[in-house]
Write a protein of this length. Sequence first.
Length: 473
Amino acid sequence: MSSPRSSTDTVNGGISFWYADDGLPAPREPLGGDASADVCVVGGGYTGLWTAYYLKKAAPSLRVTVLEQRFCGYGASGRNGGWLYNGIAGRDRYAALHGHEAAVRLQQAMNDTVGEVVRVAAEERIDADIHHGGVLEVAYTPAQLARLKAFHAAELAYGESDRVLRGARETAERVRVAGAVGSSWTPHGARLHPVKLVKGLAAAVEALGVRIHESTPVTEIRPRHAVTPYGTVRAPYVLRCTEGFTASLKGQRRTWLPMNSSMIVTEPLSAEVWDTLGWAGRETLGDMAHAYMYAQRTADDRIAIGGRGVPYRYGSKTDTAANPGRTQAATVEALRELLVRFFPQLTGVGVDHAWSGVLGVPRDWCATVTLDRATGLGWAGGYVGSGVATANLAGRTLRDLVRRDSGHAGATDLTGLAWVDHRVRKWEPEPLRWLGVHGLYAAYRAADRKELTSPAARTTRLARLADRLTGRG
């Protein structure tokens, strides 16, 4: 490898590498004045588009309007790591609230969702670089290995009988992560290009007759009304699908916390380099650290790798319109160091692009989908980073909830899932919110540093305390 390129060679921001790679979409017209619809969807990301897609497929005569503040996929749907996988935030909490079998049904629905996204992409001829290679999560410290084995056993207990536990040698046969001592693999995962998926989905939704208005920020949602600077859309059902940007809506500042996640992507790697790395199966790759990472081998043979970086901006702020996605230099360097920690032979590799985005985090870290039958207001989100697949399940569930409420269908398996109509308290006001989140991730990073040099197989006390504070322990 050559010496590292200057950080000035790395594109920083510009929404994401995925848009730099595939291009920005042609703009759609904003709302032209007051309008009416049968269903108004607020948010043009995965959740909003999947909801509109399934509603229109189920009832072609339904008038569905999507309102998006910038353009479809501007938020997390166009910036994520391209992990289509079966994780869902809050499963253990739902098991505690509704029983183990209810959580098993929710997990099975998520397992099936991976295949559903792959199926629809093929049916709609959306070429999103999907490779159904599963998810490989590795451990490289004794404490991580202990957590990996406990995680693997828990997944089996939730019905994932096709999951495979591998030792150090078998893990190296899949991908040669430095110092990896074990891994857990599930077939319920795929790598994809997030922007190609969101662009294709938006086109498919429009082809079905859904009206999409971009550059139309919704400033307030109230029963049967979505208010924008250009007019108000009136509809019996108004569905909030805004994930990490929810805090910008009137009255929603403390509903979901916009958590930052950052990524870098390398230059394309040669066949000779890939021979040293393995990764021929193109699994999505994660680890068992507390401040965990996520990575994929892209279709053009780069490595895209991400982690939390600066986890939260004071006052639930998102990025600036001047350079959306811009990432702090220290975060870019930390992600480069993480890349080299996994693959030391990549010392000096060029980093072509760095970017950030926000995801939605509820106070109890539980993803939810809800329709208030008294007001017609619905919402879905709080995916805590697992939204690429969960958004699809949410969209199908919102479809069923609307059709049940309107009298066009009855209860379904989806309307009975444990996450439906789950309510959670709001986040604390500032500065407690900022202090809590930054303290949490400082604790997790300190725990990871300690575990890297410790022979102990037990998770550090600091991390266990952080887990209890977040409700994840």
